[in-house]
Design a protein around this ligand. Structure first.
Ligand code: BES
Ligand code: MN
Ligand code: ZN
Length: 492
């Protein structure tokens, strides 16, 4: 994806911009800096005539002005009322207006906006993220006819602001995040006949080459020999080879324990013998959203190079029904030694994650472990499509993740863990069952994972409702890359 040049500039003497981005509030005010151009008179007139009201997200493009080929007016609504939601929607509207035109070099006065709730750094971050992210387009498989990838004219966005180091850092973070999200989106949108475990592994290898990460891929035979009985039980129903994909980024001293990210990589979830109903089953190509998030975060890490060590561990497989597939009631032994009665083959995410969690701890001795997974339909019932669930055994870690989610408006909400829920996993034939009944499905799934993370600070993100959108705008969202990048940067 094309990388836009975002920068800060404190004055505009010798600059050459074809487009001015001018924010306007609904009381008709706009940044004072615009007074020096002839355009300010016209803007005042348009507001007086009520041709432009300054409502949040409203855009109006004016062409062939004296100082600029284009002036893009952007409504920011009531100044004191600018919320994260309004900011996000306005930023997306700006991105759309700019990329739809032939604007190449944009001067933005929108970076100077802030109020009691929204800091200037937040505004710069969100604008940068929205513009860079809007360039994502699914292009992997060519279409017939004249549907060509959209042409991108945009080259640069310059914020008229003091060149403060912290702001430039926010710009860089937002851009790296957007480019990471694009990788996450591309992988998730790719159908499962292309985005196989092997393709995820090849993507990891390419990242390792591009950014000098260490990469290790485990094959089926090795994993069987190692005793990953739970992960391998899910994988045995598919002839597509499963992979355990491991990436390490070393940005700090080797002696410093890494943070481990573990992502569910079910490249297609049919449910297995506990087959899913047919409606919208195509969307189960998105069941590798956790894996795609880990790879997207590594793309961002490669660009940002924070002083921190991070490992990514991705168990990747299909979940298929076949003559060789696991059956309800089968009992398997996980890598941890704990046995599991598989009462429902559609609760496969936890079965592959538990072995990955154990493997990550044994191999990399991380200080903390965070897993992310499109794990439960119950999470969509609890939180819908706007907020991901976070659960964990260490409140400081959960708080840090909640804080990062607030900073990026990539929202998380905590659900509880508690012994009573754990009891729902009781099995008459093994250490535990892989399902805990209908009640509190997101919590019982996390209770299952908690049994494999007893000796480490651990948090779990259920992204079933947020990793993609359904309906007319079906597509991957790239979440929760923004919050995780913010979290990791904050730990550096
Ligand atoms: N990948 C699904 C969860 C899912 C379903 C995510 C729909 C997004 C949309 C997961 O593997 C699954 O099938 N979970 C079951 C668990 C149940 C059998 C305990 C579910 O949520 O129904
Ligand atoms: Mn499933
Ligand atoms: Zn699944």
């Amino acid at each position: 994806m094309k990388s836009i040049n975002f920068s800060l500039q404190s004055s505009i003497d010798n600059a050459d911009f074809d487009t001015l981005l001018l924010p306007v509030f609904d009381d008709g005010t706009f940044p004072e800096a615009a007074e020096k151009w002839e355009i300010s008179g016209l803007v005042k007139k348009l507001i007086e005539q009520k041709d432009f009201a300054g409502k949040a997200g409203e855009t109006l493009m004016l062409f062939e002005q004296k100082d600029f080929a284009r002036v893009c007016l952007i409504g920011f609504g009531v100044k004191s009322d600018l919320t994260d939601k309004a900011l996000t929607e306005t930023a997306d509207a700006i991105a759309k207006a700019i990329t739809k035109s032939s604007a190449a070099n944009v001067l933005s006065l929108a970076g100077s906006i802030s109020n009691d709730q929204i800091s200037q750094a937040r505004v710069i971050y969100q604008l940068t993220l929205a513009v860079q992210k809007s360039l994502y387009e699914y292009t992997h498989i060519s279409r017939s006819g004249d549907l060509k990838p959209k042409e991108i004219h945009l080259e640069s966005v310059t914020y008229l602001l003091n060149d403060r180091e912290e702001w430039q850092a926010k710009i860089d973070q937002a851009q790296a995040t957007a480019l990471g999200m694009a990788l996450t989106q591309e992988l998730a949108d790719m159908p499962s006949n292309f985005c196989t475990p092997t393709h995820l592994a090849e993507t990891a290898k390419q990242l390792a080459k591009d950014y000098d990460f260490d990469c290790d891929i485990l094959e089926r035979e090795k994993m069987l020999n190692m005793g990953m009985g739970s992960f391998m039980a899910v994988a045995q129903g598919s002839i597509t080879p499963p992979k355990m994909i491991c990436l390490s980024y070393n940005g700090a001293d080797k002696s410093k324990a890494p943070i481990a990210l573990v992502g569910k990589g079910v490249t297609f979830d049919t449910g297995g013998i506990s087959l899913k109903p047919g409606a919208a089953m195509d969307e189960m190509k998105y069941d590798m959203g956790g894996a795609a998030t880990v790879l997207g975060v590594f793309e961002a890490l490669g660009r940002l190079k924070p002083e921190i060590n991070v490992v990514g561990v991705i168990p990747a497989t299909e979940n298929m029904p076949s003559g060789n597939a696991i059956k309800p009631g089968d009992v398997v032994t996980s890598l941890s030694g704990q046995t599991i009665e598989i009462l429902n083959t559609d609760a496969e995410g936890r079965l592959i994650l538990c072995d990955a969690l154990t493997y990550a701890q044994q191999t990399y001795k991380p200080s903390k472990i965070i897993d992310m997974a499109t794990l439960t339909g119950a999470c969509i019932i609890a939180l819908g499509h706007h907020i991901s669930a976070v659960l964990g055994n260490n409140q400081d870690l959960v708080n840090d993740l909640l804080k990062a989610s607030q900073m990026t408006y990539d929202r998380f909400w905590q659900l509880p863990l508690s012994e009573e829920y754990d009891e729902q996993l009781k099995s008459n034939f093994a250490d535990m069952a892989n399902i805990g009944g209908r009640a509190a499905g997101t919590i019982t799934a996390a209770q299952f994972l908690a049994r494999f993370t007893k000796d480490i600070d651990w948090a779990h993100l259920d992204i079933a409702g947020t990793a993609w959108t359904s309906g007319a705008n079906k597509g991957a969202t790239g979440r929760p890359v923004p919050a995780l990048v913010e979290y990791l940067v904050s730990q550096a």
